[in-house]
Design a protein around this ligand. Structure first.
Ligand code: ADE
Ligand code: ZN
Length: 319
């Protein structure tokens, strides 16, 4: 039996497996620049975050209808359930779809169809977190928040993702303030490739409640002390860090040092179709490569529920 866990850092578009990408391409008449799934998989050798993002945004071309988004989410939830996930907070990137002529409603309602059935079908409660692309303008992020207003009953929070360096959190101060005023929860990617200062800025300027990645906080002892003191959760993704070369090899990942420092660490899969494993695989990998023992793995799983946006309602208590 896998340990029950919550997954808090998961881009739904990053769960698009090559087989499903080709099936959706055929259904929607989209020509992919790869002969087959094997050739596509061979392209998954990334230099850095940007080289991954180029492929990730390109492959989204196959996602066109509500049924496509429903299928994508249902396939993820089935895999996650098999790896012990009981609660999933799922990111999506509306700007990447709207730019291709696929509207906010298609994305949110399609994902929503799968999420509505998730508790019953997969035993997983869910939340949706809408991410702004930080390499696009602050005005575009604000327009995206505006476009989401008819769907806010389905959206729990906002996040910030895409190319980090050169796009500091403060660029999005106004849209995070507006999101907060709408009652949305706040998270942001920070300290993945960008400096530790972006982690502090996300907390101070955006008022985020969790940091996605946060790896580079380890370069600033005062920041580590603050994160420990304020019990700020970090949604770490070790397999992603290896594939995107934030760390050279898994054996050198700072997770053990981060846990020893008292940081509230959680384990997540980020974009599992691209990075070689879902969250259960990630638990297994850190046990093997980093020697995180069973008690450490249980601590990481407990942390994931502490850090989740669960409100203690009867439905949540049933988890
Ligand atoms: N979008 C999808 N995965 C991402 C990651 N690891 N960092 C930033 N943006 C992303
Ligand atoms: Zn991410």
């Amino acid at each position: 039996m896998p340990i029950p866990k919550a997954e808090l850092h998961l881009h739904i578009e990053g769960t698009l497996e090559p087989e499903l990408a080709f099936a959706l391409a055929a259904r929607n008449g989209v020509q992919l620049p790869y002969a087959d799934t094997e050739e596509l998989r061979k392209a998954y050798l990334f230099e850095d975050l940007q080289s991954f993002l180029d492929l990730y945004y390109g492959l989204m071309a196959v996602l066109r209808t509500e049924a496509d988004f429903e299928k994508l989410a249902d396939a993820y939830l089935a895999r996650a359930a098999a790896q012990g996930v009981r609660h999933a907070e799922i990111f999506f990137d509306p700007q990447a779809h709207i730019a291709r002529g696929v509207g906010m409603g298609t994305v949110v309602e399609g994902l929503g169809r799968a999420l509505d059935r998730s508790a019953e079908r997969h035993g997983i409660s869910t939340r949706l977190i809408m991410c702004f692309l930080r390499d696009q303008s602050a005005e575009s992020a604000m327009a995206t928040l505006e476009a989401a207003k008819p769907y806010l009953h389905r959206i729990t929070g906002v996040g910030l993702d895409s190319a980090e360096v050169g796009h500091p959190p403060a660029k999005f101060a106004a849209v995070y303030e507006a999101a907060g005023a709408l009652g949305l929860r706040k998270v942001a990617h920070a300290g993945e490739e960008g400096p530790a200062a972006y982690v502090s800025e996300a907390l101070d300027v955006l008022g985020v409640e969790r940091i996605d990645h946060g790896l580079r906080c380890m370069e600033d002892p005062d920041l580590v002390e603050r994160l420990v003191r304020e019990r700020v959760p970090l949604t770490l993704c070790p397999l992603s860090n290896v594939r995107l070369r934030a760390v050279d090899i898994l054996e050198e990942h700072p997770l053990p040092r981060m846990m020893a420092a008292g940081l509230l660490c959680t384990l997540n899969s980020d974009d599992p179709a691209y990075f070689g494993g879902y969250v259960g695989d990630t638990f297994h990998a850190v046990h093997e490569a980093l020697g995180i023992d069973p008690e450490g793995l249980r601590e990481l799983a407990r942390n994931s529920f502490e850090a989740a946006f669960l409100d203690g309602s009867a439905a949540d208590e049933a988890l």
